[in-house]
Design a binder for this molecule. Structure first.
Ligand SMILES: [Mg+2]
Length: 156
């Protein structure tokens, strides 16, 4: 099973509005300024220990190297990264009709986690699973694990 996460306002959050993980130590905190939403590290470790592939799917143009580097500093190995550039090349490509901003089924992603309701609407239209995680939700990691369990049972 493969799960992907949005970055902005999902895993990378504003520390004024969200509880966050500890910042990296100097000088890494100068290189990687984003703050991870509290619970991210445990959640991603737990998913990977269950044998679930963890991907990042972001419309941002942060480089794959940067994204992988940041998570590696927290001890997390990512199984795949789709950024705005990769999406433009592999999903939108030279198609005439506009493709949705994210298209997880292209990458055989079973569940995508996001904060943007329009991604969920696209999922309903194009047939991919999206789970929306709200801003004020301290229980978010448990909800994701529960959903993952439901999906893996339905795939049996
Ligand atoms: Mg977002």
């Amino acid at each position: 099973m493969r799960i992907s996460f949005d970055l902005d306002d999902t895993l990378f959050v504003n520390s004024d509005k969200f509880a966050v993980e500890k910042p990296l130590r100097f000088p890494l905190n100068r290189l990687f300024k984003e703050r991870l939403r509290l619970g991210t590290i445990d959640l991603l470790e737990q998913l990977r220990s269950l044998g679930i592939e963890v991907w990042i799917y972001t419309t941002s143009f942060r480089s794959e190297r940067y994204i992988r580097g940041l998570f590696r500093c927290y001890g997390i190995r990512l199984d795949g990264v789709v950024n705005g550039k990769r999406h433009a090349i592999e999903v939108q490509s030279d198609k005439r009709e506009p493709m949705p901003s994210k298209y997880p089924s292209k990458y055989k992603i079973d569940l995508h986690i996001d904060d943007d309701i329009s991604v969920k609407q696209n999922g309903d239209t194009y047939g991919f699973r999206v789970m929306i995680i709200g801003e004020n939700d301290s229980d978010w990691t448990r909800k994701i694990i529960k959903r993952v369990e439901q999906i893996s049972q339905s795939n049996l």
